[in-house]
Ligand binder design. Structure first.
Ligand SMILES: Nc1ncnc2c1ncn2[C@@H]1O[C@H](COP(=O)(O)OP(=O)(O)OP(=O)(O)O)[C@@H](O)[C@H]1O
Length: 261
């Protein structure tokens, strides 16, 4: 079995008296699609914030690709290969679709400031490579036709897809998707399920998915971890999770939209 890409060992974070994530251990393989679920306030987004460097764990360890990454800044983690989308879409609304993706593509390229100022051969070559790369990505996600539109003018589903494309443009090894199905209609959700699996296979990456929609999570994840009050209460295949009494109790005990399908 290959070694994990992401390894969280008893990662914990406290905010004052509140332990938002408590001793969370989770491993994700290089091409695994893992779901992270739990009722509202269970600590899912906080776990994402730990993995993506927004917060540093109070206790515990996080390793990525064999390297200890606790305390690294978000941009350092992006360079190492961790990319994410947000629960509330965070595109550059006034920039075009093309420029949103281009900005992210630049993160994994560096042509040097002197070369850029002089617009030297290497820079121009690199610029045309960037354009090619951006257009290829837009093509894959059927967004090229919208390349000059402002991101904020796009229909909601396209904005969500653009956010995923922008994250992919940083060439991640691990993609964190925070509630990508939120606000989508059933047809868009079906398309999203296909898209997430397609991305995993096409780009050969690992994906960690936080999602309230059980049909989406159960339909595509290979493994699911369940949080309640910051603690992992279960981990297993979708079949195991659906039958787990602790998970059933966690969801029945709330009025969470976990019952949504
Ligand atoms: N920066 C912070 N300061 C204080 N408390 C925080 C902070 N971030 C998160 N929390 C608290 O940590 C707990 C977990 O929040 P989190 O947003 O991670 O839950 P969640 O599972 O993502 O919820 P939801 O499904 O509603 O998005 C909540 O009680 C929240 O209020």
């Amino acid at each position: 079995m290959s070694s994990p890409l992401l390894q969280m060992d008893k990662a914990t974070i406290r905010f004052g008296g509140l332990t938002a994530v408590s001793e969370l251990s989770l491993s994700i393989g290089p091409h695994e699609l893992v779901g992270l679920i739990g009722p509202n306030g269970a600590g899912k987004t906080t776990a994402f914030n730990l993995i993506s460097g927004v917060y540093k764990p109070t206790d515990g360890q996080i390793h990525f690709n064999g390297k200890r990454v606790c305390g690294l800044k978000t941009h350092q983690l992006t360079n190492l290969g961790i990319a994410r989308t947000f629960q509330n879409i965070r595109l550059f609304g006034s920039l075009s679709v093309f420029d949103n993706v281009r900005a992210a593509t630049q993160l994994h390229r560096s042509h040097g400031i002197i070369n850029a100022l002089w617009r030297g051969k290497g820079f121009l070559h690199s610029e045309s490579e960037v354009e090619k790369e951006v257009l290829e990505l837009l093509d894959i996600f059927d967004l090229r036709r919208l390349r000059d539109e402002d991101a904020k003018s796009l229909p909601y589903g396209d904005q969500r897809r653009l956010e995923i494309v922008r994250a992919l443009a940083t060439r991640p090894k691990l993609l964190l998707l925070d509630e990508p199905a939120a606000g989508m209609n059933p047809t868009e959700k079906e398309e999203l399920m296909y898209l997430i699996q397609f991305i995993k296979d096409k780009f050969q990456i690992a994906i960690l998915l936080v999602e309230h929609d059980m049909k989406v999570v159960m339909g595509i994840c290979q493994k699911i971890a369940v949080l309640e009050y910051g603690k992992k209460i279960a981990e297993g295949t979708p079949e195991q999770i659906q039958k787990d009494p602790k998970v059933i109790a966690a969801y029945l005990g709330t009025e969470d939209e976990g019952a949504e399908s």
